[in-house]
Each structure stands twice: as C-alpha cells, then as structure tokens.
Design a protein around this ligand. Sequence first.
Ligand code: ZN
Length: 237
Amino acid sequence: MTQTRGRAQNWDTSPVSVQRYLLPRERDQGVITVRRHPAVLIPPIAEAVGGLVAAFLLSGTLLRTNAPLRDVVWVAWIALALRLVWKAVNWAVDYFVVTSQRIMLTSGLLSRKVAMMPLGKVTDMSFQRSFAGQLLGFGEFIIESAGQDQALRTVDHIPNPEKLYLDVCEMLWPPAPPPDCKMCNGSGNVVMVEERKLVAVTCPNCNGTGKAPPQRTDGFEDPHIESADPNNDPSED
Ligand SMILES: [Zn+2]
C-alpha cells in the first residue's frame, strides 16, 4: 500500500521512463509528474504550416517552370515537417517531476538526460506567466537554489502552474498527522489548575504516551476529564 502526500499521484501512474529514476522512498511518498504544455509546439507547427503555404505558392507561380528549384523547396518543407515530428516526439517523453526528495527534468528520446535538484537545496520558488501563458494556461517555474548548478533554474511551459506550485508546497511542507490522543494533542501532558497555579500533569487519557488508548469494548466510557476545572481534578481521588 502506497501512501501519497498532498495531491501527489501514486508512483505507478507515472510513466515508465520516469519510474526507473525513482527511489523506493520517493515511490512511497508520491510523485508529481507533468508534461510541458502543448503550446511549446506552436512555433514548429506554425513554421511547418507556413512552409507548406509558401511551398505551394512558389511552385504555382515563380517556380512553375523551374523543376529543380521546386524540388529544393519541397525538400526544405519535408525537413520542416520532420523537425515538427521530432519536437512532438520529444515533447511526449519530456517530464517535469517532483518527488518528496527532489525536482527532476527528464528529456531526450535517443539520448536521455536527467537534470535534478534536491528539494533541500531549493531556496526560493516562483512562477511567472507571459501574456500567451495567461491565455493558454501555462507558466514558467523559477527555482532558486543554494548550489552552483543552475540546470533547473527555469522550467518553461508548465501547464496550470498555480496548481503545481501548491502541490510542490505540499511536498515541501506535508501536513502534520492528527494527534493520537485528543486530550493532550499527543504531547502526553495536560495543563491543570492546582491551588490557583497551572501545573502540567501526565495526561490521564493516554497515560503520558501521547498515543490513543486502546478502544474499550466492555461498554464503559473513557474517563472524561475537564482538564482546566480545579473542582473536577482526578488526581485528588
Ligand atoms: Zn494524552
């Protein structure tokens, strides 16, 4: 059974290419995996479409009678189209990964590259959104670290950066578990008034362990003690 922190996913829902870089304790504590926003592909798509229009126009007009140059134009367009395919495939395998231990950026299809930064080194984290980012829903993460290595200083085209920002904060500062013993909040001591003075005494509910006492099954209720009421002090019995 894996326990996840905050809104982190279970490790087995993250892609296999990311799973192989995860430590066992990172798997236990959940992993955030996001792909870059598809807007990263807008420039190569625009170039491929623009190139196609230009190639059609040129072959229909200026180059109508110049077959060799027309071939050159179409070969150039094929190169643009292949470049788009290459960028799309690389986009599909690139992931921004946040675990309980570190931030990682995996990239590259043929030669895999993994940049990483321990969470303990992160000194500041912010994000900014360009106008296009506001419209399309992506932003740039800016991670300041204590180390010299700035491989991960900015990570652009992060989708829904507000949510990721909160998720990463949950990773950095996980919520404290609720106290076992409700009477002493897990501290093992309660403060009582004795002869008009506040004194700390061993919690009668958990006997100072801070853990919840075993549930009774014999029908008796747990002792109910008003900890701040001197007239109802169980230590006087
Ligand atoms: Zn207690």
